[in-house]
Ligand binder design. Sequence first.
Ligand SMILES: [Zn+2]
Length: 413
Amino acid sequence: MVGETRCGFLNAYRGSPSPLRSMSCARLNVAKLMNRGPGLRIGKILGIPIYLHSTWVFIFAAITYMIASQYKQEHPVWTDTQHWAVGVVTSLLFFASVLFHELSHSIVAQHYKIRVVSITLFLFGGLARIEREPSKAIQEFNIAIAGPLASGFLAVGFFGLTLLFPYGQTVGALATRLWQANFALAVFNLLPGFPLDGGRIFRAVVWGATKNFEKATRVAGASGKMIAYAMILFGAWRVVHGEVQMLWTVSIGWFILNAAQESVAQVAIRETLAGLSAADVMSKDVPTAPGHITLEEYSAEVLRTGRRVHLVVSDDRLVGMMNVHALNSVPRDEWAHNAVQAAMIPREKILWTSPEEPLLRLLERLLSADVNQMPVVSGTTDGAPHIVGIVTRDSILRVMQTRSELGPMATSR
Ligand SMILES: [Zn+2]
């Protein structure tokens, strides 16, 4: 599905030995989360645009402050400038590590010809948005495992640095923080619940074994919900005992819960619409209107029949589409002087569907283009589309409702 994303989020605890204790990784509908736009574009790596979301500023400031405060406690001989400078560098390298994690998912996705739309750093870590779901279980497995492997690789690298530089020195202190953070990132991401990387690995294994994508998603989604509830309960329990900073764990749990529920809901829609195409739900009775009639006459037709959309036809050829919305965009007193042809949506701007188009993809297109209906045409190759029906959002929703009322027996094909 379009709009799928991968993300890592971080979980910082004040006062614990490792401030960057745990990170996780998820995919969810980015549009919902990033409703204020993708943020500030800071560059492009491997053809993928990198964004900083506005919420990232807060988490960057909080983490930098936390690290600097810890350096102050643990390295009293350093100057104040040193505490802050090393704090900022550690924090920057930490987010570079998050970016590296997301880039590794992305590189493997690109290897499978899945386009990576963007990578965004935000409040909970990093999000890599990929164009579609992998088509094979093995692809899903490899894309998912790349992230934790990358974080593990960085953990080993920074750990190596701690052997070369003593902890009292800036490099040693910085490397200690970063190997712990990256290690935590790798481990937390491997928790076997969707939408964490581990949940995707889990789903890929079940998918590969059962050959059933929907079932695999449901199993991994249920496991993700359990992990999310555990985090929320544990966090809430600690908050009640005075550790207010554990609210962070609660919010990450809530975030995972939402993403898990969303993925299961998407699968339910997929199952309901499985095997259906535009031809199954289209109305073959297509109301048409000639292009030369006035808007006054058209409004009379709408009032008489109650139909809100008409295809505009000239010599049995489609020239446009007219609906109440387009009618209302023309002032009432001009209706008598304007023809339907002048106010209609011209043919070039109409979104088409064919009788064979799978209903799920059609619904996605209707929603993303924010239109309510699409004419079904066949034989568009010669530039003269022949109208065979019309599909509306309502007709798809009716089918979904009926099918879900009839239960799984009716939907399995
Ligand atoms: Zn990840």
